[in-house]
Write a protein that binds this ligand. Structure first.
Ligand SMILES: [Zn+2]
Length: 449
């Protein structure tokens, strides 16, 4: 071997051992003393401890029963509560601009802004459903995975399908039309071809709308959605269905969709539907909060901290008239939410954030969760529906609970959300992949828009 060869060999060894050193000796951190809510409905670990190394949880249990690796940093969380980061399976990303709304705002920078807002409020994964242009979204996802962006909620998306001139509501459609974000299909053959092209791009889900918007839209017909469901399932894909009316929900759940979006709000569920839900057990996202600006109207600092002042002024001048009391609707919602859960519908967190101006990213998650509890879901069930169950739905094996081997993405709270679900808003810190977010700096960029 020549001298150069030897030199190259030595350099090679030096590099690889330095590599190994930096990987194995990155200091661990042990977080001690907090109540740990695991996220799977099990009893919380009081006085818990967990070790984080290289962005993962490497040990978890009662304080004292967990050994800290030598050299570990100790962080005292006595009096705090720690829970897994949340997962939002239903938003419409990219269009909201806080002082404007529309396709002109749809840029990678704006998508990132929305994902950072979700992260600020403790949401580690955010899925845009049916309204994001496919190729740009694949590019964004790849760039984020390659580490090109600052810390943010992990981006996921699925394309949409609807009949020509059907699908999203009139506002969202202005955005999706301009970006050709919804695949328009009229026949089963077109529907199958569209699903095949999604499968070829490795997409895992598709969204369909089954709604005639009170007779003003063409509604997707059963032969078309049956073709979509069959083709999607043949490719291992899931179908998310928007359906608001009871007959439409019966039809799509019977047909075998995987994720139901929306809650029937104008009539009580009947025995026929309850038995359909019981046999099909769809995942289900309620998206009840849309249109409710009560926190912003009440000057809740939890909302105000991330809103540009101009946007808050606009909300307060346009959207804060006293809402007509509707005890009948509230009673129907409470009945239906409890019936759905009791019948085996698998509740998952979704907000519809971004579908209309100022129904915003991040705090809308907390609004939706609090509404569930008002309508009869227990705090423990609500936490599962915002953490481990959406992780299961999205196939995210590294997230959803606090457990050994999981990604160290967690929220530190100053109060216990099992006592009062709104304590989930008392955020002391958010950690993604083991790193604490600089929430103060983030909020400054949000309010400066
Ligand atoms: Zn939606």
């Amino acid at each position: 071997m020549g001298r150069l060869g030897i030199l190259a060999g030595i350099v090679g060894i030096a590099l690889s051992s330095a590599d190994a050193l930096s990987q194995s000796s990155r200091p661990a951190t042990i977080y001690e003393g907090a109540r740990l809510i695991v996220g799977d409905a099990s009893a919380p670990i009081e006085g818990g401890a967990f070790v984080v190394q290289d962005g993962r949880i490497t040990a978890i249990g009662r304080k004292g029963a967990i050994n800290a690796p030598s050299g570990a940093t100790h962080v005292d969380l006595t009096g705090k509560t720690v829970m897994p980061t949340l997962i939002n399976v239903h938003v419409h990303i990219g269009y909201e601009g806080y002082t404007s709304w529309g396709a002109d705002n749809y840029t990678p920078a704006n998508v990132l802004d929305h994902l950072r807002r979700e992260a600020f409020y403790g949401i580690a994964v955010t899925q845009s459903v049916g309204s994001s242009p496919t190729d740009a979204s694949i590019q964004f996802k790849n760039d984020q995975e390659a580490g090109k962006f600052p810390p943010a909620s992990r981006f996921m998306f699925m394309p949409g399908m609807a009949p020509p001139h059907g699908g999203p509501d009139a506002i969202l459609m202005k955005g999706t039309d301009a970006l050709h974000a919804v695949n328009e299909v009229s026949t089963p053959a077109e529907a199958r071809a569209a699903v095949q092209s999604m499968a070829a791009k490795q997409l895992k889900s598709v969204k369909i709308w089954v709604d005639d918007r009170r007779g003003t839209y063409p509604k997707m017909t059963p032969d078309v959605y049956n073709a979509i469901i069959a083709e999607a399932h043949a490719h291992g894909m899931m179908v998310n269905a928007h359906a608001i009316a009871l007959p439409d929900q019966k039809a799509v759940v019977s047909a075998g969709i995987d994720v139901l979006v929306h809650t029937v709000g104008n009539e009580k569920l009947d025995a026929e539907y309850v038995s359909i839900v019981r046999s099909k057990k769809p995942y289900w996202t309620t998206v009840i909060g849309l249109g409710d600006r009560s926190e912003a109207c009440n000057r809740d600092a939890f909302v105000d901290q991330t809103y540009p002042a101009k946007a808050l002024d606009a909300i307060r001048s346009e959207s804060c008239a006293p809402r007509p009391e509707n005890p009948a609707r509230e009673e129907i919602l409470s009945y239906n939410v409890k019936q759905m859960v009791a019948s085996g519908a698998r509740l998952v967190l979704g907000t519809d954030a971004g579908i209309a101006a100022r129904h915003a990213f991040g705090w809308a998650d907390h609004h939706e969760i609090a509404r569930w509890v008002e309508l009869g879901v227990t705090p423990s069930e609500a936490i599962v529906a915002a953490t481990s169950r959406p992780a299961e739905l999205l196939g995210l094996k590294d997230l959803g609970t606090l457990a050994t081997g999981k990604t160290a993405s967690f929220v530190v709270l100053n109060a216990n959300p099992l006592d009062n679900i709104k304590n989930m808003r008392q955020i002391e810190g958010v950690y993604l992949n083991g790193a604490r977010l600089d929430r103060e700096a983030m909020a400054k960029t949000f309010t400066a828009r």
